[in-house]
Write a protein that binds this ligand. Structure first.
Ligand code: PLP
Length: 448
């Protein structure tokens, strides 16, 4: 056998964030309008930066998800995950489409009530519910999803003597084959905690066990994890029926479907790897049908899909402030969109595009925000055409979490505009101003 020829190894300096040698191909696309509204005009009218949401995309994505599930399963109910985007106008669109509310704090609970949601259709999740909040939610007939034994005992104590019957479900965490496994919320399936909690609820006078809930994680790219989760919940439902002759009204599979955004460090773009709603629906409903639940007892299937419903509907428009050549030789472009406006830039490589037509010349560029802070980087390295100060840029798929996790840091939060189905843009949250802060800040007399 011929000896393989030795080759001296070489070390290449690579810049973080750049595509590797197999990397995604470079596509130079501009986005000059959003559903017929010129990007430049929107910025001129409503200021820069600017959040834009498309009502049409919100509704059509919702209907796509509903169709994927209702064609496979008889009883499906969505519950809008408030923390994903709780602007009132947005929530009301989902409620108009038929969605319940899924809240994880009293602030969100109050918002849902304010948005006209029947309290019986509010799912109250999360590890922290105060005594007063629990009491009010129980009296309103809301669905309480219990997170831990302390909460469970608290509800037993609260309902013991006053004849109320709290409608409860438990949140369950489990091994679904997806790691790292989320274990900090709810009761564990494998170690018997979940079954233990079910037994304690069934033995208590003041609670009615109406459902079982899980939320296995977020941005879950493999539908099979949902199949495992659904079959484990179904197994518990069957066991509960056998032991107590008690049928559960619903199984709540939580949220977590991936979006077409690309995770940092991901090998392929999210638009290539994101499963379809049909694939998730197949996995979940398939597992429920495979279970031992009798056909006439099939529970309502609740979904709390957040990011996958609204990411695509959101855009962040901004303006180029300056270009510079950095000491390393790399081009830097400063825009007026910072990480305070784009919280998700900490884990997504956001798709950013020129807002005007450009020619084909492009160069590796670091895109930075306007904050006086080293970590204010929107894209570490991207091939980007040269734009001039004042030119618009558009960041796609920012509808989820950015309008709730945004930080009022250094600058006022900008306007949010809804491109409505009637063809008009509406401001749905006003740009902050000094008055916004004067309303809440107090100066003691001796400092005046
Ligand atoms: C955040 C959250 C959701 C929504 O999650 P996504 O990953 O955005 O779909 C649903 N249910 C619960 C309990 C949550 O905490």
């Amino acid at each position: 056998m011929e000896k393989i020829r030795y080759e001296r190894p070489v070390i290449n300096k690579i810049q973080s964030g750049l595509p590797d040698k197999f990397g995604a191909k470079f596509v130079l696309e501009s986005k000059t309008d959003i559903e017929g509204h010129s990007v430049t005009e929107l910025l001129n009218t409503f200021g820069s930066p600017l959040y834009v949401l498309s009502e049409n995309t919100i509704r059509s994505t919702y209907r796509e998800l509903i169709q994927a599930f209702t064609t496979r399963y008889p009883k499906v109910q969505m519950a809008w995950s408030y923390k994903t985007n709780y602007l009132d106008a947005v929530c009301r669109i989902y409620h108009q489409e038929g969605s319940w509310a899924e809240v994880v704090s009293w602030f969100e609970y109050e918002k849902a009530v304010h948005n006209g949601v029947d309290p019986k259709k509010i799912i109250f999740n999360g590890p922290h519910k105060s005594q007063e909040e629990l009491k009010a939610a129980i009296q309103n007939g809301s669905l309480i999803h219990i997170d831990h034994f302390d909460e469970l005992y608290q509800i037993i104590q609260m309902t013991q003597h006053d004849g109320t019957k709290a409608k409860v479900a438990i949140r369950i965490n489990m091994d679904t084959g997806i790691y790292p496994q989320w274990e900090r919320f709810g009761f564990n399936y494998e170690n018997g905690e979940a079954w233990n909690a079910i037994n304690r609820i069934m033995a208590s006078e003041g609670m009615e066990l109406v459902g079982l809930h899980t939320h296995i994680g977020t941005y879950i790219m493999s539908p099979s994890g949902y199949a495992v989760a659904a079959s484990k919940l179904a197994e518990l439902a069957v066991r509960t029926d056998r032991k107590f002759a008690h049928k559960l009204k619903y199984i709540d599979m939580g949220g977590g479907f991936a979006t077409r955004n690309t995770l940092k460090g991901a090998y392929l773009p999210g638009s290539d790897t994101c499963p379809t709603f049909d694939e998730y629906a197949d996995a979940i409903t398939g597992a429920l049908f495979h279970s031992e639940i009798r056909p006439e007892d099939m529970p309502l299937l609740i979904l709390e899909t957040g990011r996958a419903l609204i990411d695509d509907a959101g855009y962040l428009l901004g303006t180029v402030i300056a270009n510079k050549r950095m000491a390393s030789g790399r081009r830097g472009m400063i825009i007026d969109i910072g990480v305070n406006n784009l919280f998700t830039s900490f884990w997504y490589e956001h798709s950013i595009m020129p807002g005007i037509p450009v020619n084909a010349d492009a160069e590796d560029t670091q895109i930075c925000g306007p904050l006086c802070m080293n970590i204010d980087v929107i894209r570490q390295a991207i091939r980007f055409p040269l734009l001039q100060p004042g030119d618009p840029v558009v960041i796609e798929r920012i509808g989820a979490y950015n309008m709730t996790q945004w930080m009022q840091f250094i600058a006022y939060r900008p306007n949010v505009v809804l491109l409505a189905d009637d063809g008009n843009p509406y401001i749905i949250r006003k740009k902050e101003s000094l008055e916004t802060f004067q309303q809440n800040e107090l100066v003691p007399d001796y400092l005046k």
